[in-house]
Design a protein around this ligand. Sequence first.
Ligand code: UDP
Ligand code: GLC
Length: 412
Amino acid sequence: MDPPAIRSAMPRVLFLDQSGDLGGAELSLLDIARHFRAAATVALLGDGPFARRLRADAVPVELVAGGGRLAVRREDGPAAWLAALGAVGTIVPRLVGLCRRHELIYANTQKAFVLGAVAALLSRRPLIWHLRDILTSEHFGRANLRLVISLSRLAAARVIANSDATAAAFVAAGGDRRRLVTIPNGIDPAPWCPLAPDRRARLRQELGLRADPVVGIFGRLAAWKGQHVLVEALRALPDVQCLVVGDPLFGEEPYRERLVRRIDELGLSERVRLCGFRADIPAVMQACDMIVHASTAAEPFGRVIVEAMLADRPVIASDAGGAREIVEDGASGILVPPGDADQLAAAIGRILEDRELAARLATGGRARALAQFGLTRTLGRIALVVSEVAAAAAGERDVSAAERGGPTWKRS
Ligand code: UDP
Ligand code: GLC
């Protein structure tokens, strides 16, 4: 259900995202854009499943990436942006045109933020940056960090961080604390209704799972998401099966190949199933007996953790970043040190042996997800930031028009 806030004066928002694929940032934006769709457009640099989901939900989509590919990675810096000037030169004018038809820009990813910041400055529109990455030099080139931090000071009216860990890294990298607000992701609990036992049994069969316990890991296949850590942990857990759900999304195909090779080397191919991307996550999560989050680096937020809690399954998560803000160790899940296959195996073993513990963690997790990470509250908080930024910009325009003695610009 949408929150009632600001329905009466929905600002015209131009959302901007670099990906046509469905990662967590895009699934989160899907919920936000749906909420604003009466007056919003989503501009994307690439077509694909994300664009299709938006269109299916009646959210207007504009593809802004002409022919040239924008080959800038997070490790890169201004030099890569200079090399990509051809593509940037096509995209920015299109964006400026779109910006002028909207009241504010809402950038959802890094590349989108850089391009959106330039377009926002040129079109004199305010910009909100939804920051979903932990900005450290471990993951981002120093020059890239400097670029986005400087641009945030120049062009971002507000920065929304998806966790306190993301917010702290932004400030440590030189970001302005006064523009920052932390709004954790919210997940709509409606699709997480209990799966009937016969449907569960059928789904397990379809997925090639036997009666033995199943540990699931959900998310795109990527080295830092740590699917390999769970595979290593299985060596100490005879009879335990593992379901790996997700595809490589952003150039991580070689990781999938390495993972499959390692599963073969360890003789685990009978016990580990890779089922690729699934659109029925609530059902597939409930087909598992427990769910593991194994990121080896600090997870900025980790939607899959909250989803696993909603699925009423015990969760084990990596003790770092946003995961720590979601799971209370021993009450709503178990936290283990990132990258430690032995401790992960021990935690899985404890939950399998102790049914009472498993039930307590599942119940505690679901209660916490419902109480703290609901979608309605998140959308309400985002709507408030959006309306404040739009109102401040409209106020500034009114004042400067009045100072010039001309007609004031009114929001419709
Ligand atoms: N997901 C999905 N199908 C899959 C694997 C993952 O729909 O096969 C979704 C998952 O339900 C979650 C999102 O992808 O909502 C991943 O978000 P998360 O924040 O956990 O990680 P990210 O990929 O954004 O780093
Ligand atoms: C990013 C992060 C992930 C977070 C998601 C939604 O993709 O990697 O941790 O949950 O954004 O904010």
